[in-house]
Design a protein around this ligand. Structure first.
Ligand code: ACO
Length: 437
């Protein structure tokens, strides 16, 4: 395992309230900001902490992913995202996230074989699709089908059995590309393509997505590499909203399929994974470079509720390192496809240039995030806009499972249960309806 261990006490913070004070341990990890351990605050001072959107709260100890938002650094198990995106493969990264170390050749082969052997769905799951409207959003299909997997694979839902946990992880990583591709096929009215075990993970997904029975399908190595890179870049991102949702659901001992379905639901929102779809819609609405200044004015107007989608991040106060790699990949993909002039890319580049020099964005440290360029690449690769967020979910599944596994294996895990400041009516007596004014 990677050198992770647990946090250590690095100091003490004293908090005084009324005539009492409490000495609270300050904990430090391997990297990053130290945290005050407030677990004994209530017993010592009789008060709770208040942090509604968790902006100042660490919810767990984790040895998986590290982000330095000021410097724009992202590490998976200590390895910089740039190196993994350049040199690794998605399944190698999946192994790394799940197990803490990069695999040796034998481990990599074994892991790949396990994932490959689980790519088919229970045939009965096929019939689920008949119940959806043809125009159902693929995220709705993903969420339901993944949740339903607990009914089809009851032999891997005992979360206290490490072997069952392992099998459910393989099942989820292996089957999510099949589910995602089939959600598209259902929308498109095309036959479902069964997985092919002679193809790599990314190739197989592209095959199930794009291939049709009457035509031979030839994988394109540049597009396969781009797909693999997109999956690596989205594989994990520490305690974001969807991952925290997975952990919260998992803290109740819910089965892993149910927890991942909860994560998919959380990812769907435009403030999170839905942003890649929203970026493209935004670019289409802006339409032309000449409309950018008016659009920027709208974004800056507090009453408009318009945001520059693909910009800003709770943690990054610098360029999201994934956005830089996405931008580079974007050029590679457009080059390979012979697209010399992509108006959406020109628009995005101009928008980025203007925003990065505008006082509104500069003073708030708003930079492009991973979603700013991903939609343009995915569009060029032939994915319809509503498939962008499902592809994000496909990639993030391994991160969710790794975080869920880490939590289940942590002996200090107990049900997550935040507190509140109650602002409702004080206690009062019930009045029967005939006596109410
Ligand atoms: N456009 C315009 N203004 C913005 C944007 C944006 N994209 N993002 C933040 N701001 C402004 C806020 O209005 C706020 O201004 P104020 O201080 O004058 O009130 C200030 O910047 C700080 O922003 P917060 O909303 O407090 O930042 P928060 O951490 O809560 O939100 C979020 C982060 C949700 C990502 C936000 O930046 C956003 O909505 N961005 C657009 C959606 C997006 O791209 N989401 C993808 C995130 S990455 C991911 O999940 C893969």
């Amino acid at each position: 395992m990677a050198p992770s261990a647990t946090s250590k006490q690095v100091g003490t913070a004293t908090l005084t309230f009324g005539d009492k004070s409490a000495d609270l341990p300050v904990l430090g990890g391997t990297l990053g900001t130290d945290c005050v351990d407030v677990r004994k605050l209530q017993s010592q001072l009789g008060i709770f902490t208040f942090d509604p959107s968790y902006g100042a709260t660490a919810s767990c100890e984790s040895a998986i992913t590290y982000i330095d938002g000021d410097e724009g650094i992202l590490l998976y198990r200590g390895y910089p995202i740039e190196q993994l995106a350049e040199k690794s493969t998605f399944l190698e990264v999946a192994y790394l996230l799940l197990n803490g170390e990069l695999p040796n050749q034998a481990q990599y082969k074994e892991f790949t074989t396990h994932v490959t052997m689980h790519t088919m769905l229970h045939e009965q799951i096929r019939r689920f699709w008949d119940g959806f409207r043809r125009d159902a959003h693929p995220m709705a299909m993903l969420c339901s089908v993944v949740g339903a997997m607990s009914a089809f694979y009851p032999d891997s839902i005992d979360i206290h059995d490490p072997r069952q946990r392992e099998i459910s992880a393989f099942r989820m990583i292996a089957k999510i590309p099949t589910i995602t591709a089939w959600a598209h096929k259902y929308n498109a009215g095309q036959p479902f393509m069964y997985p092919r075990n002679d193809l790599s993970y990314a190739e197989n997904f592209l095959y199930m997505f794009h291939a049709v029975p009457p035509q031979e399908y030839k994988p394109n190595p540049i597009l396969t590499r781009a797909m693999d890179r997109i999956l690596i870049l989205h594989a994990d991102h520490e305690q974001n909203a969807s991952t925290s949702t997975v952990r919260l659901a998992g803290s109740t001992d819910a089965n892993p399929f149910a927890c991942i379905a909860a994560g998919i639901a959380s990812l769907w929102g435009p403030a999170h994974g839905g942003a890649n779809e929203a970026v493209l819609k935004m670019l289409e609405e802006i339409g032309s470079v000449k409309n950018i200044p008016a659009f920027i004015e709208q974004v800056k107007d507090k009453n408009s509720n318009v945001k520059l989608m693909g910009f800003g991040h709770r943690v990054y106060k610098n360029y999201d390192p994934r956005a830089k790699i996405m931008q580079k990949t974007c050029y590679e993909v457009l080059g390979e496809l012979g697209i010399k002039d992509e108006p959406m890319l020109d628009l995005a580049m101009e928008l980025e240039k203007i925003a990065l020099n505008d006082e509104y964005f500069v003073s708030r440290k708003l930079y492009p995030n991973v979603d700013f360029y991903s939609g343009i690449i995915l569009k060029a690769m032939g994915f319809p806009t509503k498939m962008f967020t499902p592809i994000f979910a496909l990639a993030r599944t391994v991160g969710w499972i790794s975080q869920w596994k880490e939590m289940i294996e942590d002996p200090s895990n107990r049900i997550n249960r935040p507190r509140q400041i109650y602002t409702g009516a004080p206690q009062r007596d019930y009045v029967s309806v005939d006596q109410r004014g």
